[in-house]
Design a protein around this ligand. Sequence first.
Ligand SMILES: [Zn+2]
Length: 503
Amino acid sequence: MLACTHSVAFNGIDVLKISIEVQISSGLPSFAIVGLADKAIAESRERVRAALHSMGLALPAAHITVNLAPADVVKEGTHYDLPIVMALIAAMGIVPAEAPLGFMMMGELSLDGSIRPVSGILPASVASVRNDMGFVCPAEQGGEALWSGNGTILAPRNVLELLNHFKGKQMLPPPVPVKNEAAIPLLDLQDIKGQESAKRALEIAVVGGHNILMVGPPGSGKSMLASRMPSLMPPLSSADILEISKIHSVAGLLKESQLITTPPFRSPHHSASTPAMVGGGLRAKPGEISLSHGGILFMDELPEFARQTLEALRQPLETGVVSVARANSHITYPARFQLVAAMNPCKCGYLGVPGHECTRAPKCAEEYQSKISGPLLDRIDLHVDVPMVSPWDLGHVRGAESSAVVRARVRNALAFSADRFKGRTAQKNAQADGVELEEMARLTDEAKNILIDVAQELMLSGRGYHRMIRVARSIADLDMSEAVRKNHMIEALTYRKPVRKRT
Ligand SMILES: [Zn+2]
C-alpha cells in the first residue's frame, strides 16, 4: 500500500512543500525514514509508534518505508510527526488515501497521541494558501494559522480527532480566531528628563535609519534612551507585521497566536553566543539580529561582546540579511535592524565622570575602544555623548517632549523625503552610498565647503565624509529642506566619530 501526505521545510522564513510517501510492503518487519532527515525526525519513529498504540493501533508487521521528498532539501524539526502518522494511517487503509492529500500538515506527537505546538505555523500556513491547499496544525495554533486567511484549517487536539475527520465520522470545527490584543504601550521619551542632544540624535537616527553609538558612564541613561526608540518609529505596515511575525513564528516566539504589531526591541546580553546573535546553532533558528528585523537591536556595553559576534554583524548591517552556514547548505534570514549600541567611555567607566577618576587613563579608554573594529564603526553614522546628569541639573529641566510629538516630526520628515527614494536601491539615507548619495544629498556650496574644511583638518576618510553627508541629509529632512544647508552640516559634524587620541 502506498499513501502520501504533505508538509513543509524551511529555508529561513521561506517555505518549501514536502511530500511524505509511505510504502508498506511484504518483507521483514522494519520501519525506516529516508530523505535527508535529521535526528529529530529519526526519533519521530518512536513517537509515531506510541501515538498509534495510544489509539489501539499497531504498526503492521511489514516492511515500512517513509520517504521525505524532495530528498535534497534539508528537513529539520519535529513537525513531520503528524504528516508521517497520517500517511501511515492512510497506507494502512484506515482513512481513504485521498482524504489527507489536499492538506499541508504540521505537528509534533506526544506519546499519548496528542498534538503539540511547533514553530513556523504562520509562514507555513501562508504557503498553504499559495499552494491552494488546506492546512492542519495543532489545536493551540489554529489562531496563528488563521492569520494566513486560509479558509480550510483543521486544528485537532489529537491524532484520533483528525482520523475521525478524515473518515467523515466526526467533523472538526473551524478554529476560533484570536483577536490581536491592543499592543502594550511603548515606553515614552517623556519619562527621560534632560539628555536633549542624545534625544535629538535618536530622532535623526530614526529618520535616516542610521545606526547610533552612545558613549557615557554607567547610570547616565543610555539603556533608557535606547528603549524609547521604538516609540519614535512610524507604525509598521501590514506587510512588515506579517514578515516580522513570520520570523518570530519560525523562532517559536509568537505568543498566544498574537502578531507582532510594533517595532521589535531586542537587548541581548553581551555574553550571548554568536549563534544566538546571528542565527543558526544545532537547529537552525533566527538570531537576535533577525528578531530585531524592522526594529531596534540594542547592544549595551558593545566592546564586551565576543569579537567573533561583532565581526559577524558586518555583513547583515551592510545587506539587511544574514546567511547562516549549515552542514551542506546556507540559510538566509531577514536582518534589517537598526543598531543602537552603547558603551562606557573606558573599561572602568569613570573617565570624565565628575567626582571620579579613571586611574588607568588614557590606556583604559584606548584599549576598550579598540575592541570595536574600524569596519564595524564605519557602519555607525551617529556618535553621541551621554553625560551623567546630576539631580541638581534635572531640577531646572522643564517637562520633556512626548514620543508622540517626536514621532509626528519623524513622520513629516519621512513623507517629505519619500519621493527621493523612488526607484533607488537605498530606501533610507543610511543606506545611500557613493554616487547615489551624491545625487540625493543636494549640498549647498556652503555646506560642502564646511565639510571639506573639516575633512581636511581631521583627515576624515572617504567613508567618514559620506557618513557626515548622510546624517546632514537626515537633519535637512527633519527641517523639510530640499537642500542640505550650512546649519544642517554643522549639526551633523557634532555626531562624527571622535578621533582616537594617541598618547
Ligand atoms: Zn577607566
